[in-house]
Design a protein around this ligand. Structure first.
Ligand SMILES: NC(=O)c1ccc[n+]([C@@H]2O[C@H](COP(=O)([O-])OP(=O)(O)OC[C@H]3O[C@@H](n4cnc5c(N)ncnc54)[C@H](O)[C@@H]3O)[C@@H](O)[C@H]2O)c1
Length: 405
């Protein structure tokens, strides 16, 4: 298949491009490299040294003889170019990763909120409108997030996208299926909730074939393909905005930083290893919906964990200290989370779980590149409201210079 990987220079996009190229697909990455610019804006860098996307593609060709093509294009701002690019390339499938994906970054300031909404909703809508206009019948696979559902305890498992309900009509009760209600907890999650509505509309109005993957928090860094050469290494974020919770604990442990748990650590979240993430995308690609079918929605996660349990697990493995800090987010202190993922299991996914030894592999990667870490960027300081900002802990290590007067 010819596959367009939009956002293919990113943390999940790059290993996905490698995985699918390895399987023999013709891969075209489209990316505006905004994520690299955000590193510059925040004054951070990936823990792992990342080469340019052109160099990464060159090394892949050198190692495998296979070509991955790169196209510099802003999906949110260059609609006409996107349309002509699609018309020329005519991909069989499009995988859409190309959004601003950090909840803390989306809550940093009003400017970051506006950027996240403009970028994410325009990127998604431009793509949908361009697919309709060019008449390309590509299967669109989008990376959404479990976070659209919010994190209040419901008691019942979160189904895969749709909820069976019964409504009262004048003729008696009637069964219906509706999109499972979203309850976004950040501007970023709000944009992903809006994406869902756009997908629903374009699937029903234009017969676009869409799969939306509601992904859990991705952990780990290597996949079978990124391990093949030092310069194929994946990006690995550790900073307070882009670092995701388990990866941050592992990095903190590797550099002797306290493991920073927000609030009581009673938040329960869904997780998936990066290798499983790319495998799920492959499975979803093989199982495309028909035109006229409703949007196919999968929960792309393999396990759930309470944040403080994860911190204690990593602390036990590594002798690290856990620091409980005020929570910069506005969210429930404690929640339960039960998630169904029957569809991927039925398609043959064999989940990699935390117990499988990969935790220590990540600590090893973190130790190897520890010299690249700026410790002052580790704390999460983007607050959800102005009131919360007053209590955010900027210095969990107590290293700030103190006044002696
Ligand atoms: N990483 C996770 O834990 C996680 C969890 C759940 C869902 N997801 C979803 O998976 C997708 C990929 O996540 P990631 O961690 O790889 O993020 P990432 O930020 O590493 O990658 C996103 C890529 O998209 C590109 N991009 C952003 N806006 C663009 C635009 N307008 N035009 C062209 N390119 C653009 C960026 O430059 C970047 O390379 C995201 O949509 C995210 O919401 C990620």
């Amino acid at each position: 298949m010819r596959i367009a990987v939009l956002g293919g220079d990113g943390f999940v996009g790059w290993p996905t491009a490698l995985h699918l190229s390895n399987l023999g697909h013709d891969i075209h990455i489209v990316d505006n490299l905004s994520r690299r610019w955000i590193d510059t804006e925040l004054g951070v860098q990936s823990l792992t040294p990342m080469d340019s996307i052109q160099e990464r593609c060159r090394i892949w060709h050198q190692e495998t003889g296979k070509r991955i093509h790169f196209h510099l294009l802003n999906l949110a701002e260059e609609f006409e170019r996107l349309k002509s690019w699609l018309a020329e390339m005519r991909p069989d499938a499009v995988i859409h990763f190309a959004e601003q994906r950090a909840a803390p970054y989306s809550m940093k300031t009003d400017r970051h909120k506006v950027y996240t909404v403009n970028n994410n909703t325009n990127a998604t809508h431009n793509l949908l409108a361009a697919l309709v206009e060019t008449g390309i019948d590509a299967h669109l696979v989008h990376l959404g997030t479990m976070g659209v559902y919010g994190y209040s305890s419901v008691g019942a498992p979160i189904p895969e996208g749709y909820l069976d309900i019964q409504i009262e009509t004048p003729d008696g009760p009637r069964e219906q299926q509706v999109l499972y209600p979203t309850r976004p907890g950040s501007v970023y999650h709000m944009t992903k909730s809006l994406d869902q509505i756009m997908f629903q509309f374009y699937a029903q109005n234009d017969g676009l074939r869409i799969t939306d993957l509601h992904q859990g928090i991705v952990w780990g860094t290597h996949t079978d393909q990124t391990r093949r050469h030092e310069q194929l290494i994946n990006r690995f974020d550790y900073d307070g905005d882009y670092g995701t919770v388990l990866n941050r604990f592992l990095i903190q442990a590797a550099i002797g930083h306290p493991l920073t748990v927000h609030g009581t650590g009673g938040q329960t979240r869904a997780f998936i290893h990066i290798q499983d993430s790319v495998r799920c995308i492959e499975l979803a690609l093989r199982d495309a919906p028909q035109a006229g079918e409703r949007v196919r929605i999968f929960n792309q996660m393999t396990e759930t964990h309470r944040v403080r349990d994860l911190a204690e697990l990593v602390a036990r493995l590594t002798d690290a200290r856990v620091a409980y800090l005020p929570n910069p987010r506005k969210e429930a202190d404690e929640n339960d989370l039960i998630v169904r993922n029957d569809q991927f299991l039925a398609l043959g996914l064999e989940p990699i779980t935390l117990a499988d030894g990969l935790l220590t592999e990540v600590v090893e990667v973190a130790k190897k590149y520890a010299h690249r870490i700026d410790r002052s960027r580790v704390p999460a300081v983007s607050a959800w409201t102005k009131d919360i900002a007053k209590r955010v802990e900027h210095d969990p290590e107590g290293k700030r210079l103190r006044s002696v007067s």
